[in-house]
Design a protein around this ligand. Structure first.
Ligand SMILES: [Mg+2]
Length: 182
């Protein structure tokens, strides 16, 4: 049986939209793409600032709404068609851990209790290896060179990973594309 590992934010849950909304009063009309641009966006320029730390640490942003129904349906479809089991690996901060368990349980995603925290954005490579994931779905470029040593990565296309290429990695624009590549 193969195992699928899933990142949460930027793959299953629109955390980046909430971070952008939260920063809107301070960014003078900047667009979402400008905000998250990996070269010169507001986020890279403000890494480590008090405002950014507060946005990342705001627990509300981690459970404002449910995981979208079409995403939950796609997860179940992938599981049914592949017979794989699922686990979820996230770097969400400690303060959001209980709410993350509730988020997955409430959405009834497959194997929602297989939830693992790296702790505050730490490397995912060791956990993905330990869990024996054959496939891993991620959006954050920082994690890919670690994770793709152990698993085939499906990279969810986002402004902050666009034009980046990685070994052992398939770029997708929608989770439903995963089935076409298996
Ligand atoms: Mg993510």
């Amino acid at each position: 049986m193969s195992r699928f590992g899933w990142d949460i934010d930027g793959v299953l849950y629109p955390w980046h939209e909430y971070a952008y909304q939260q920063a809107e009063p301070y960014i003078d009309g900047m667009s979402f793409d400008e905000f998250w641009n990996p070269k010169d966006g507001w986020v890279v320029q403000n890494e480590g600032t008090m405002l950014m730390k507060n946005i990342v640490g705001n627990p509300l942003n981690y459970y404002k709404q449910d995981i979208a129904t079409h995403i939950v349906d796609t997860l179940h479809e992938i599981q049914e068609k592949t017979g794989s089991d699922f686990c979820y690996v996230t770097g969400r901060p400690r303060i959001a851990q209980l709410d993350t368990i509730k988020l997955l349980a409430r959405a009834k995603v497959p194997n929602w209790d297989m939830l693992y925290f790296t702790g505050n954005g730490e490397s995912k490579g060791p956990l993905v290896k330990e869990l024996g994931c054959v496939y891993y779905v991620e959006d954050r470029p920082k994690h890919v060179p670690e994770v793709n040593k152990h698993a085939i990565v499906f990279l969810m296309d986002q402004i902050y990973n666009r034009d980046m290429e990685f070994d052992n990695t398939i770029r997708i624009y929608d989770l439903s594309e995963i089935l076409e590549h298996l």
